[in-house]
Write a protein that binds this ligand. Sequence first.
Ligand SMILES: [Fe+2]
Length: 446
Amino acid sequence: MQPIVVDRSAIQRAHQRTIHKYRSVRASSESAFSRHASAGPVSHDSPNRAESFWGGIPQVQVRRSNWTRPDSESRATLSHTAHQSARFARSRRVAHELVKSLLGILLFALLFTSSAAAQELDPQQPLQRILFGSCIKQEQPLPIVDAMLREQPQLLLMLGDNIYADTADMAVMQAKYETLAQHPEFRRLKAACPILATWDDHDYGLNDGGADFPKRDAAQRLFVDFWGDRADSPRRTRPGVYEAHIYGPPGQRVQIILLDTRYFRSPLKQGERRVGGPYVPDNDPTKTMLGEAQWAWLAEQLKTPAEFRLIGTSIQFAASDAGQETWSNFPREQQRLVELIASTKANGVVLLSGDRHWAELSAWEDAAPYPLYDLTSSSLNQLHRRGTPTENTRRVDERTWHQENYGLVTINWAPGDPVLTMSVRDMQGATRIEKTIRFSELRSNR
Ligand SMILES: [Fe+2]
């Protein structure tokens, strides 16, 4: 793999330009959003959901010095000297590029080493404040971090589209991870609390991509390096980035399960394009969302004792047929998870999702053995241009939120019947959507 040459000052200049652009576009979009919000549903959607609301990614370029053409009298005298100068300049350029390459390798190693040294959470510590979020455009400012840090989180779950790589070129993907690694607000976030992550299509490498993405293994290696997986992490040896952890002592255990909805996912079926996108439900029994290895692993995880279980899925689980990517594109797989929760008698499952560039609360209320709530938070630094969510018959709170947001799960470990509150919060930390559930409402034997 070619080393990445990093020009830090160029990246900083690009970042400053983007801050200006972000502020001006955000100011104008807020007024546009207000108009949308009052105008009600519209009959179209972005033809490509990867399309950037903010426009193109700023290019980081090496500035070239201006070249002045010599006048006619000087041209002849200069020709020999110019030839020698050109050779000298070429040698200097080669040496310069070599030094830059070495510095690039060193910087990349330092950045990723610092990822590995990210905060770690004591597994015995009861969790009370967990943040989650998704969809970071790595070149754009991330001012929502101020509100996130005021929450004093113990843990942050990143649910995918954590960068917009959108490439099969691993050198390009690596450079985009590096941009996030150097992002000042992201660095503050990472310094403040431990982070666990899974991926969605854009950091996987292909918009709406699945198992047929040929660079999935190479992308996984970059992913686990960036997120600082330990040397013995199973994600370094098995296909897919799914993982699970349990925090807290008996009686106060929270299980965190992060699914991989990309590595094994079968091709999606397309139908007539409608608001939301082109995908239609596919009942083909050979189609899979998680793949057999991950399903078998998940069954074992759900049998492990825990009071609450937060299942992070990059795409929405409970939302009804949307046209875009949700579990509803594979109804048999959706049903399989419901049945697995029932058969394993897993208490306390709550789903968290991202991807959509808006926030909403869905619930599969008639799912056995208890309602499955799915709180969607997206995006951390992008707006939803259309301002109207796709139809969702399982939306259980009429409030939706289309500006920058993050999710917060708090747990009050009240003796006997702990209480979980999950909310979506905006750039100022104000609550936009909220749901409180008692542990006794999520019991499999009720
Ligand atoms: Fe996505």
